[in-house]
Design a protein around this ligand. Structure first.
Ligand code: 9MR
Length: 586
């Protein structure tokens, strides 16, 4: 991936500009990396009934106090757990539990010998604004449309990437559409910090948003995101998802049901605004993963938008037909991996194993059609549930089946519940055993680690919904806490949400718009000791190579500080789910 410093002044001389570009945040990280003591907690605070934990790092204290912000009155006190070493950050950590604090207000934590914590609220709507912002971020990544001031405010911009003249690349040619054919596939979301559009990653992303709606419809029905469709008869989350679904439909070759792998440039765009980035665009590759992810999403969307037939006339049927055609194509091409052509240098999203995609698509098609063929296919392809990722989508099928378990034969219902409950129990045990109270293990810190944190939470929430076991809800809360500041860097990883937030995400419009603040509501990828961007970040040192500290708030750092739609989608899910599921009282 191409990389550049965030500001144009940094574009040419990363080594020279490193010191100037290092935000206060990097200074905080470096200090933390050297073993600074401190109190880390969720910078957006807590719902009154939530489990409320903070972590005290690198300190021998035994007790803590909760102060009311403002007059400093001590409203609670408690005992810290014994400090224990946590390998991913190699620092001792002790836990403060102040769950009984349930009166709405603003507070700080105090431990003798340390600076008081950031102020934090206890608020019955603690995560509603977060869910809105994380969803609005998708609007900010809409391709092929101008963002108007009344929806985008100071982030308004001209349209780019119309994608009305997309060239079929030789890797995607068919008899009906030979290489060089020009087709249209406008709309959709830019994938991430780059301006390309990838079907595989759109798959899990769109599922996560549609699942959020399907699981918590009341929460989403009432919300006004300030997008162009706000105020119509459709929940904004479904309007936003439709922006991408309409594009995805155009990614299918109508002659045979196959699906293009991606719509991209040959190489990544420079650090330009969309309207300035006008390189030719291509349909690149076809494959089993794209076809099955497409089939799964279209089947799910057909089921959900059937409730809005009046607003989307004919679309549920069109999506069903598209899903079935893609499924049939995949049956005939069950093992076609995407291979990056030599002249193409954009993201690969390559996958070699397709049982999980088959299982997911079969689950969604079964729920849509009730056809035994799909139930049997699910049984043939499904493996034990795991934490979802763009390459590992089998659990999305388990979760959709669980949502509709009342319609399943009894023995299937038992199996579906058991799969998700077993995985959630395992994650809750990891959470309980961790000195940081987070389910993440050292090996989980890879590219996009913050999305792993949130997808673990998403699974924990399924366990809680099925079993009512409070520890699973508490563990999910802790995972969100991690992303919002209860981590060894003391950073809330969501732009604009919290006290110390990323300022230099790898995101082209955030670089190129000339506005200091990044686009709001975006989750930074998170600590990644792989540091695959080191060659593009010359002169800008990561603060640490430890798994949980290996993060760099610099525009060069696509491996730790990019944003991506598949990382934001579980943030929307988890924020909404905790807002809905957390009991009113502790
Ligand atoms: O999220 C992807 C990560 O799992 C891979 O390790 C990485 C390298 O292949 O690519 C990530 O996806 C990127 C995609 O290829 C292009 N758009 C930006 C994505 C996030 O960095």
């Amino acid at each position: 991936m191409a990389c550049a410093g965030r500001r144009s002044a940094c574009w040419l001389g990363l080594a020279l500009c490193a010191a100037a570009a290092a935000s206060p945040l990097v200074a905080v990280a470096a200090e933390s990396g050297s073993g600074a003591a401190g109190i880390r907690l969720d910078q957006l605070g807590f719902l009154p009934g939530a489990r409320k934990l903070a972590v005290v790092e690198g300190h021998g204290g035994q007790s803590f106090e909760v102060l009311r912000d403002g007059d400093g009155a001590v409203v609670r006190s408690g005992v810290l757990t014994a400090a224990a070493q946590w390998a991913p950050a190699a620092r001792p950590a002790a836990v403060a539990d102040f769950s009984a604090l349930d009166a709405p207000g603003r507070y700080r934590l105090r431990v003798q010998g340390l600076a008081p914590s950031d102020p934090f609220p206890v608020d019955p709507q603690a995560y509603a604004g977060l869910a809105d912002a994380a969803l609005k971020a998708f609007y900010f990544n809409r391709a092929g449309t101008a963002l108007e001031p009344r929806h985008a405010g100071r982030f308004a911009r001209a349209a780019g990437h119309p994608d009305t003249k997309v060239v079929i690349h030789p890797s995607a040619a068919s008899a009906a559409r030979p290489a060089g054919t020009v087709v249209a596939a406008p709309g959709g979301w830019y994938d991430a910090g780059d301006y390309n559009k990838y079907v595989v990653n759109s798959g899990i992303t769109t599922w996560s948003l549609l699942a959020a709606y399907e699981h918590y419809p009341e929460f989403f029905r009432g919300r006004d995101l300030g997008i162009p469709e706000s105020g119509d008869a459709v929940p904004d989350i479904l309007d936003e998802a439709w922006w991408n679904l309409r594009w995805m439909l155009a990614m299918q070759d109508p002659s045979d049901g196959s699906v293009y792998h991606k719509l991209t440039n040959l190489a990544f765009d420079g650090e330009l605004m969309p309207a300035q980035a006008d390189k030719p665009r291509y349909m690149v590759g076809k494959g089993t993963a794209a076809a099955l992810d497409f089939a799964a999403v279209m089947a799910m969307a057909s089921r959900i938008y059937a409730g809005y037939e009046a607003q989307f006339p004919g679309e549920p049927a069109r999506m069903r037909a598209a899903a079935e055609a893609a499924w049939r194509w995949a049956l005939a091409h069950p093992d076609l991996a995407y291979r990056q052509p030599k002249d193409v240098h954009t993201g690969a999203y390559g996958d070699e194993a397709f049982d999980d995609e088959f299982a997911w698509a079969a689950a969604e098609l079964y729920l849509l059609t009730g056809d035994e063929e799909y139930r049997l296919a699910f049984g043939r392809h499904a493996a034990d549930a795991g934490v979802p990722s763009w390459a590992g989508v089998g659990s999305l099928g388990w979760i959709s089946l669980a949502q509709h378990r009342g319609r399943l034969p009894a023995e299937d219902r038992v199996e579906v519940e058991q799969q998700l409950r077993t995985l959630a129990a395992q994650l809750a045990a990891q959470w309980q055993a961790s000195p940081w109270r987070v389910a993440m293990q050292a090996a989980d810190f890879r590219w996009g680690s913050n999305s792993t944190v949130l997808n673990q939470a998403l699974v924990l929430l399924q366990g809680y919904r099925l079993s009512g076991e409070r520890a699973q809800l508490d563990a999910a809360q802790s995972q969100l806490d991690w992303v919002l500041g209860r981590n060894p860097l003391g950073v809330s990883f969501v732009t604009g949400q919290g006290v110390r937030t990323p300022m230099h995400v790898h995101h082209r419009p955030s670089h190129a718009d000339g506005i200091d603040d990044p686009l709001p509501g975006w989750l930074s990828g998170g600590p990644n000791p792989g540091q695959q961007d080191a060659k593009d970040c010359r002169g800008v040192a990561y603060p640490s190579s430890l798994p949980a500290l290996s993060w760099l708030d610099h525009g060069c750092s696509y491996a730790s500080n990019e944003v991506a739609i598949n990382w934001n989608a579980p943030l929307v899910y988890v924020a909404a789910a905790l807002q809905v599921l957390t009991p009113a009282a502790p």
